[in-house]
Ligand binder design. Sequence first.
Ligand code: HPA
Ligand code: MG
Length: 216
Amino acid sequence: MAEENYIKITESMYSLQHFTIPKHYEEAVESVILPHGLIMNRIERMARDIHECFNDESLKILCILKGGYQFCNDLTHYIKALNRGSGKSIQLGIDFLRVKSYKNDQSSGEVNIIGGDDLTHLKDKNVLIVEDIVDTGRTMERLLKTLEKYQPKSVKVAALLIKDHNRGTGYKPDYIGFQVPDKFIVGYALDYNEFYRDLNHICVISESGKKKYSIS
Ligand code: HPA
Ligand code: MG
């Protein structure tokens, strides 16, 4: 049987008491789903997989803000290390796009692409979209459609996380870190109404956290 090329997390198995959690989030998270060290180890391997897929060409990284900033930073860190430590080097360019679709723990159904640079220089380039989480796939499908008009040579997507439900479009990124259960998760730059980006593990939000940081 072919093994999936990502890690499937089926339950939230780590108790908060086994890790360090900032005091301001102790009551606001339920459990740790992905400890920071495991996230880093997996990203190191994703960087190798990506590095192997390209020859000595340039690669335009498109970081999807805000949630993707941490993953993008760590992923490029490891790709740069491979550029120094192996015979092959891939020149990286980095651009940023801001996308927003969530209010509280619900997708608003519409995807807002807010700002970002002029992307006309992506024409004939290899592009790697770097995103924290692909949930229903709608944001990514819309984004891929938007990028088509800049006529890149190729477009690949690296997502740290996908959800295990099938409420979505069926879209699967090219590179995936982990599949996680269908729970609202926060930390490692994933937010709930802009909170929790400063938590380094990925955690399941608690009911009291949802209440404390909800907006109307
Ligand atoms: N957490 C944070 N942001 C998200 C999630 C989630 O579970 N799903 C989609 N965007
Ligand atoms: Mg995101």
